[in-house]
Design a protein around this ligand. Structure first.
Ligand SMILES: [Fe+2]
Length: 256
């Protein structure tokens, strides 16, 4: 039997169509739920190991968020930090909290812009986080890990964040990365932020395609800032288009 002949022009056209097609399938179906666990050591003699996750944007995908919780439980950190945007719509809050209550370590968290916009009940979130042994921090701080760590959660509504002289490590949780540019005194051992989603779609050599406001120059990863080391996590969920490209969802494990 004769093999069908494919002209060079058809071959190139097919190739040009296949690449964007594969990218779209990857961005829509694979990468949005392909969680990366990233480990970072910030101290030569760390005293705690924490997990940071952020920007869940829960829209009813119970299986995916349950997988996130299982992965966190498998890591078994000292405690867990969450930096905002749990839901976009209030109707998903109870289900999201039901799943997060299964985290077997204390969760400390701060709200993101979507938590305000959705008018989610902060009282319900606080209750759920307290049930894990953690706290919902609206411009206040608590001690954690048996008093070794002080965690201050800043909403960004005011220029306030404080350190503690009694704890061995001081952490700052914020939603907006550019919070580090505020006129605040003190130095933290670690600042955790979300909000940027890493751009969700990153282009080779060019970086993030679109970033929301209040990211500053801190779109993803570790930065040295005037207030201390800042880690910007690209988040678990998506907003706008349900797509990620070269920007996998992330659970970060940090020793500090
Ligand atoms: Fe977000």
């Amino acid at each position: 039997m004769k093999r069908p002949k494919i002209s060079r022009r058809t071959f190139i056209a097919l190739g040009m169509g296949a690449v964007p097609g594969a990218c779209t399938v990857n961005g829509l179906l694979v990468e949005t739920r392909w969680i990366k666990v990233r480990a970072i050591d910030l101290a030569s003699h760390p005293i705690v190991r924490l997990v940071h996750f952020t920007d869940v944007h829960y829209k009813g995908n119970r299986r995916y968020l349950t997988k996130v919780v299982h992965q966190i439980n498998e890591i078994s950190p000292d405690f867990v930090c969450f930096t905002g945007d749990l839901v976009e719509e209030r109707r998903y809050l109870e289900e999201a909290l039901d799943i997060l209550r299964q985290v077997q370590r204390p969760i400390y968290g701060v709200p993101g812009n979507w938590d305000y916009w959705s008018r989610a009940s902060f009282r319900a979130i606080a209750r759920a986080f307290e049930q894990t042994g953690g706290a919902w921090l609206g411009d206040r701080g608590v001690t954690a890990a048996g008093g070794k760590v002080y965690i201050f959660g800043a909403t960004g509504l005011q220029d306030s964040a404080e350190v503690s002289t009694e704890a061995s490590r001081c952490l700052l949780l914020v939603h907006f990365p550019d919070f580090v540019q505020r006129p605040i005194e003190g130095r933290f051992d670690l600042i955790l932020a979300g909000h940027s989603h890493g751009g969700q779609v990153r282009l080779p050599f060019l970086g993030p395609s679109i970033l929301p406001p209040r990211v500053g120059n801190y779109d993803r990863g570790l930065y040295q800032t005037r207030l201390g080391p800042l880690y910007v996590n690209p988040g678990i969920g998506t907003y706008g288009s349900p797509i990620r490209f070269l920007c996998r969802p992330e659970i970060t494990v940090i020793s500090v």
